[in-house]
Design a protein around this ligand. Structure first.
Ligand code: 5GP
Length: 137
């Protein structure tokens, strides 16, 4: 995987506002926040996409993510928030190092979402389910 700006943040070459850190996880304020408190939570492990992450890094992030969310809510006074995790340029990923956005919703400030939902039909669900379950084995 090529170097990203987050490698330079992890190594301290580029400064960042550290929110939290441990051996496997680093969290810092997003430089272009959608709302006050917008925080990025990343593994120290260098992987572009969530599905490439080791179980150890995934578990480390899962352990601390709710705690970081609680702290961001407490600090900002927000009651609502989104956790966003983009994979791939067409899915709005700009930095190819796994990251979770914690984005408080404060009034109109926060994440805008397009959600063009439709009804799931059995003819679509059943073959998909079979394929996904088979891939999990
Ligand atoms: P993505 O679109 O890849 O999910 O989001 C990448 C995020 O990284 C963006 O919200 C962007 O503002 C943030 N970002 C990019 N470069 C820097 C940087 O140098 N410092 C910080 N703190 N955040 C950055």
């Amino acid at each position: 995987m090529p170097d990203t700006i987050f490698d330079q943040i992890l190594s301290g070459q580029i400064p960042s506002y550290t929110v939290y850190e441990d051996e496997q996880v680093y969290a810092f304020l997003d430089i272009h926040p959608l709302s006050p408190g917008h925080t990025l939570v990343i593994p120290r492990e260098r992987r572009a996409f969530l599905h490439e992450l080791s179980d150890e890094s995934a578990a480390a992030i899962g352990r601390v993510l709710p705690r970081i969310c609680r702290a961001v809510l407490a600090a900002t006074g927000a009651e609502h928030y989104n956790v966003l995790q983009n994979n791939g340029a067409p899915a709005h990923q700009a930095v190819f190092h796994v990251h979770f956005h914690v984005i408080p919703r404060i009034g109109d400030a926060g994440l805008g979402i397009g959600w063009p939902a439709r009804r799931l039909e059995a003819a679509e669900a059943e073959p998909l389910l079979g394929a996904i379950r088979a891939a999990l084995d």
